[in-house]
Ligand binder design. Structure first.
Ligand code: COA
Length: 187
């Protein structure tokens, strides 16, 4: 299985997916402090730069310990960091991991996340030897559901009211993609 050292940079026609570094904190804070971004996360936005510093430290530790991976999504043309995405909750014995992702709203609806996730999923199935990728989303997050469906994910079930935040319970939709599903969806 490939290690994450050196960090596996991935390229797509419009994007360069690279490691997230401490110097990215202002940009990560801009993304993570935006309530539009965190609307369906079942938690509040980052309130301070220190929150985003901790987030980056967790990402870097996960990569170093080979327990999770998150890429910074940058535009090939300008180098601008516009979002992040990657695998966490990696269950190595059973060969699956969960994906997570988010993008600055100014860049939504241009196919950026679909393009980025396709590259990450290919890496997951080929280099992390995953058999299954899983996504857990708020079923009201239509854009996220659409991205997953376009990539070939199947909606497998609904966890009813398993999340309590801000005085209310929300459901979680579970999506799964098996190794062969991704190639089938790309053709
Ligand atoms: C979810 C998210 C990553 C999508 O990124 P993106 O780059 O805009 O995604 P894409 O452009 O590749 O695809 C978006 C799709 O959703 C569709 N869409 C967008 N808003 C929608 C809405 N309100 N209802 C239905 N479909 C919607 C778009 O039309 C597009 O589908 P299409 O290509 O068939 O037209 C982005 O909206 C985001 O960062 N949201 C906040 C963070 C988040 O919720 N992350 C996921 C947590 S599980």
């Amino acid at each position: 299985m490939a290690s994450f050292d050196p960090f596996p940079v991935l390229t797509t026609p419009r994007l360069r997916l690279r490691s997230i570094e401490p110097g990215d904190v202002e940009r990560i804070f801009r993304i993570q402090s935006d309530p539009e971004v965190t609307r369906y996360f079942g938690r509040g936005p980052d309130a301070s730069i220190a929150d985003s510093e901790r987030r980056i430290a967790t990402i870097i530790a996960g990569v170093r310990e080979h327990t999770s991976i998150r890429w910074g999504i940058t535009l090939e043309e300008s180098g601008e960091l516009v979002g992040t995405g990657g695998f966490w909750r990696w269950n190595k014995p059973h060969r699956w991991a969960e994906i997570g992702y988010e993008l600055l709203p100014a860049f939504w609806n241009r196919g950026i996340m679909t393009e980025a996730l396709r590259a990450m999923l290919r890496f997951g199935f080929e280099s992390m030897e995953l058999h299954r990728a899983e996504a857990q989303i708020d079923p009201e997050n239509r854009a996220s559901a659409r991205v997953l469906e376009r990539l070939g994910f199947a909606r497998e079930g609904l966890l009813r009211q398993n999340w309590y935040y801000d005085g209310r319970y929300t459901d979680t939709a579970v999506y799964g993609l098996l190794r062969d599903d991704l190639e089938a969806a790309a053709t």
